[in-house]
Ligand binder design. Structure first.
Ligand SMILES: [Zn+2]
Length: 302
């Protein structure tokens, strides 16, 4: 069992705050062994990373601050062992805020400021050529390598705006973090610095950028037939919740990993008839709204 370091070794602040919460979770999980935590992380689905037993040990003892993908796996493993059985993804979201606070503390600059203005207020920090890219880098810190890679592949390593062709790309949040947007594949898109600035200034709407994502997803067959069926249903009918057999949960994997749906109620048992209840997230609702415009055939339901 690993103990939380004393205040002398780890004074109060963002790191201690994160660690205190992590140790609460560790305690409620019954102090599982570090090797069994690491082993459990190898069995996680949902695009999760693997955390080594050394990584578990260094994180819990406060010796190092892990990358988000590692901390996420640790939190999900512990949450799944928690006696109160919370929803592991929800717990991970709370931890992500703590982690972001630690690695990228909020600055006094307002997040909604236009990029060029931000550069002007940044005179103390760096000469301007570096300052131009700094906000993007900072905003991208919590994004896993896998998501970055998927985003680059999605747009072919170029700006996502048709016919732009620029190979200088930045990751842009479609819904800003300050407006509740997440570091999920579904909320991110590759844009060149010009089109990124256009989007930030409102020359592209969120809906237009979502339509680009929907077209990519449809063209590249990112989603399973089952996922496409549900997107078609919501696109046509609206609504936010659906039930789906627990035994077929795997076929909803990509929509969940991309942040478009979340499990609100898992089926009661392992039987064949067990049903899960899913909810379309706000982002999922917006994707569904443009889905049939992306070229996907309208769904046949009446
Ligand atoms: Zn562009």
């Amino acid at each position: 069992m690993i103990k939380i370091p004393g205040e002398d070794d780890l004074p109060s602040g963002a790191h201690r705050n994160l660690l205190t919460n992590l140790h609460d979770l560790y305690r409620r999980a019954g102090f599982p062994g570090i090797k069994s935590i690491s082993n459990a992380s190898t069995r996680l689905n949902d695009n999760c990373d693997i955390i080594s037993h050394q990584g578990v040990s260094n994180t819990l003892s406060g010796k190092s601050i892990p990358r988000w993908s590692k901390l996420e796996s640790l939190v999900i493993v512990l949450a799944s062992l928690d006696v109160t059985r919370p929803e592991p993804r929800k717990v991970a979201q709370e931890f992500q805020s703590l982690w972001i606070n630690l690695v990228a503390p909020p600055t006094t600059n307002n997040d909604t400021t236009e990029p060029p203005r931000r550069i002007l207020t940044n005179q103390h920090a760096q000469p301007s050529p570096i300052a131009v890219t700094a906000p993007t880098f900072k905003a991208s810190r919590g994004i896993s390598t896998r998501i970055r890679r998927d985003l680059q592949l999605e747009a072919g390593g170029k700006c996502s705006v048709p016919n732009c062709g620029s190979e200088t790309i930045e990751l842009s949040h479609i819904t800003r973090i300050s407006h509740g947007g997440a570091n999920k594949f579904g909320n991110l898109i590759c844009l060149c610095p010009n089109h990124h600035a256009w989007f930030d200034r409102g020359r592209f709407s969120e809906q237009e950028i979502r339509l680009l994502k929907a077209r990519f997803a449809w063209n590249q067959r990112r989603y399973s037939d089952v996922e496409i069926m549900w997107l078609g249903v919501f696109s046509k009918r609206g609504g936010t919740h659906f039930v789906h057999p627990s035994s077929d949960r795997a076929s909803l994997h990509s929509l969940e990993a991309d942040g478009y749906i979340e499990l609100t109620d898992s089926g009661l048992d392992d039987s064949k008839d067990s049903m899960d209840t899913w909810r379309l997230t706000d982002m999922g609702t917006r994707l569904a709204a443009v889905w049939s415009d992306s070229g996907a055939p309208p769904s046949n339901i009446r």
